[in-house]
Design a protein around this ligand. Structure first.
Ligand code: FPP
Length: 236
């Protein structure tokens, strides 16, 4: 088992608390969080991590105040505009995991444009989980399989784990090897419920806006010390 994870997924938590501690508006926390995104994308490239999935906006986040949602969408658009050159330079493919159709039109347009411009790249993949929910994803897969069964394209007795996995949002992406959650909360928050079955978990008290290259390297070092057994008695 290589000691560098092929796929790292991150629950970027604690932007609001970072801002509250400084008596700043929440959006300032998100702005600094966007700088951490830039730092971690770079750190993944340096370390040789091939897939990076970021939980940027959940299906549950739509209940937040409209001004905060607008600000988050604005930061996302800004990130795409500023970072597109870097994606091309390093041949990184941008992908979205989630209900892209829920996002504001302008953000969808920008995402689709950058996704199609980078679609042929294979050096690495930057996956943004947007309007994403693990249960929503699994329910969508179940619905698609049910439609196929109804049309006679698949037999119900043939539906197995591989069938479900093949109907998730990004079926070709390997399961995450490492999940990082910042700000100390010990929960999955509806993130990649199917794919995280055997993922190594790393939780740090550091708030996302303070999570930069050094913190990322620490997480990779902790991963390197783990023994992954996948249900076996010896490391795989
Ligand atoms: C959680 O912090 C973070 C989010 C809901 C959004 C993540 C967004 C960014 C890192 C900024 C922009 C993203 C990109 C891709 C450029 P929280 O608000 O739940 O923090 P709290 O739990 O302390 O309130």
């Amino acid at each position: 088992m290589p000691s560098v994870p092929r796929h790292v997924a991150i629950i970027m938590d604690g932007n609001g608390r970072w801002a509250a501690r400084r008596k700043l508006p929440r959006i300032k926390g998100h702005e600094h969080g966007a700088d951490s995104v830039r730092a971690v994308v770079r750190a993944c490239r340096d370390a040789g991590v091939r897939y990076l999935t970021l939980y940027a906006f959940s299906v549950e986040n739509w209940v937040r105040p409209p001004a905060e949602i607008r600000a988050l969408m604005g930061l996302l658009e800004q990130f795409l505009k500023e970072r597109e050159d870097e994606l091309h330079k390093h041949r990184v493919r941008l992908r979205v995991m989630g209900r892209i159709e829920d996002l504001p039109r302008a953000v969808q347009r920008e995402l689709r444009r950058v996704m199609s411009a980078t679609a042929s790249y294979g050096e690495g993949q930057l996956i943004m989980a947007l309007s994403y929910g693990g249960r929503t994803e699994i329910a969508a897969a179940a619905r698609a399989i049910a439609h196929k069964a109804q049309a006679g394209a698949i037999r119900p007795e043939d539906v197995d784990e591989a069938t479900v996995a093949a109907h998730l949002y990004l079926p070709d992406v390997p399961d995450p090897d490492l999940l990082i959650r910042t700000s100390g909360e010990l929960r999955l928050s509806n993130f990649m419920l199917w794919q995280l079955s055997y993922t190594e978990l790393y939780v740090t008290d550091v708030l996302w806006p303070d999570f930069r290259e050094a913190e990322f390297r620490q997480a990779l070092e902790a991963y390197g010390r783990r023994e992954r057994r996948f249900g076996d008695i010896k490391p795989c």
